[in-house]
Design a protein around this ligand. Structure first.
Ligand SMILES: [Zn+2]
Length: 438
């Protein structure tokens, strides 16, 4: 094996003739031996001879020690003796349509799996941004080939859409919907709309047999997703992750706090207003974590909460409801959790505080599905992690306008590729211009 070729990611049959150090890049001239197998692209015949030495082709190659490199070699013209057509040889280590080596193409692909801006990927590979763009455009993701056993579905804020050249404007959707595999923890598809009609249409593209295969359906406390599950997945158990319940209860606590804040503001009671202002983080912290999270400020924070509860008694009830629910989540086994939840619902649905009553009724309504999540140990945590990653992507890309590009980037960075040891084997289809189906 030629070590230099191995290190420079050049084919073994090539010999480096010369290396020229130019201003912007290093030019490597190669001598490539004639391949033994020469297939005619027109008739598939193996009987091809060299017609002439053709032209010298230069293509971009992976950078070496932070210097961009360009490879030049003789591209021979071949003649098929069967159909008498002549054609240029296409070495396997050159990308068929882009002017770069396969090694560089793979390197850019691997960088696209990371949440990096195109400009950063271009800088790393010593190419222009438009080159990265063309590699990105060569990848196409199709619908997933099959549905997983556990489907997690969640909406996220995207603000991307489709450009209409006819009316010369973007048709944007504020919310998009991510569908992920709850077992392998990877995103399998992203849809640009979250309406029930749209989702039903999407899932009906899969056969009933496939949809019957889905055992769990994790979503948030919204009628839309639940009715989609009931309609499309006859065997699925619906699970509402505790995350969504805590989120709802956090909102409830804040609603009560805001009510007091406004009330004090209207009466001009600035002393009391200060007490209830800016304590939402303290209210949300689980009591179990207080010592660890607050550290040296533990006593000070405790006092602040105490002061607030003195002037806002409803806030204390809301806070206790939230803490009680945290305790239920922490307890086990499932039978005890269930008993405690019954107790919780009994206590807070009769609350005189409107906000608490309303939140408790919501939880009573979804109770069965919340318990499913405990019973089967399913959660929507991954989808929530997705939201964070989406934010990073939008940030590094300084906003993503096109939904198609957005979807592709999410599938690249959060899909199965991220978990795979050999993501290139999955991305191999992109090379042939085929759709990748996760
Ligand atoms: Zn031929």
């Amino acid at each position: 094996m030629k070590t230099s070729n191995y290190l420079a990611k050049l084919p073994q049959e090539a010999t480096i003739k010369n290396i020229q150090v130019l201003k912007d890049y290093d030019l490597i001239s190669l001598d490539v031996s004639i391949p033994s197998q020469r297939l005619c692209p027109h008739c598939g015949s193996n009987d091809c001879v060299i017609k002439d030495s053709g032209t010298i082709q230069t293509v971009r190659h992976i950078p070496c020690n932070h210097r961009g490199t360009v490879v030049s070699f003789h591209k021979r013209r071949l003649l098929c003796r069967d159909c008498h057509s002549s054609f240029y040889e296409t070495p396997y280590w050159i990308h068929p349509s882009l002017r770069m080596t396969q090694a560089l193409y793979d390197s850019i692909l691997l960088d696209l799996i990371q949440p990096l801006a195109f400009s950063e990927i271009a800088r790393r590979n010593h190419v222009t941004q438009s080159t990265v763009q063309s590699v990105f455009q060569s990848i196409q993701f199709g619908r997933p080939s099959r549905l997983p056993e556990t489907i997690c579905i969640d909406e996220f804020k995207g603000n991307s859409g489709v450009w209409s050249s006819k009316s010369h404007r973007w048709y944007r959707n504020k919310y998009h919907c991510g569908i992920s595999d709850g077992d392998s923890h990877s995103v399998i598809d992203v849809l640009d709309q979250i309406s029930g009609v749209y989702l039903n249409k999407y899932f009906h593209k899969f056969s009933l047999e496939q949809r019957k295969h889905v055992k769990y359906f994790c979503c948030d406390m919204s009628n839309g997703f639940v009715s989609v599950s009931r309609k499309d997945f006859p065997n699925a158990r619906i699970c509402i992750a505790p995350f969504h319940v805590i989120k709802r209860l956090n909102e409830m606590v804040d609603e009560v706090r805001l009510r007091y804040q406004r009330q004090f503001q209207d009466t001009g009671d600035s002393e009391n207003m200060k007490k209830v202002k800016g304590i939402i983080r303290l209210l949300k912290t689980r009591e179990y974590n207080q010592a660890a999270y607050w550290g040296a400020r533990f006593n000070e924070n405790k006092q602040r909460l105490h002061d607030a509860f003195e002037v806002a008694p409803d806030l204390l009830e809301a806070y206790e409801a939230l803490q009680f629910f945290h305790d239920i989540l922490a307890s086990s086994p499932y039978s005890i959790q269930s008993e405690e939840l019954t107790e919780w619902i009994k206590q807070y649905t009769v609350s005189d505080v409107e906000e608490i009553h309303s939140a408790a009724c919501t939880i009573r309504h979804w109770r069965g599905y919340i318990q499913n999540s405990w019973k089967y140990g399913k959660s929507n945590g991954l989808s929530e992690g997705l939201n964070n990653k989406v934010k990073v992507l939008k940030r590094v890309a300084f906003g993503l306008h096109s939904f198609e590009g957005f979807r592709k980037r999410i599938l690249l960075t959060c899909g199965k590729l991220r978990l795979s040891n050999d993501p290139l084997s999955i991305l191999e289809k992109a090379r042939d211009g085929k759709e990748i189906r996760l």
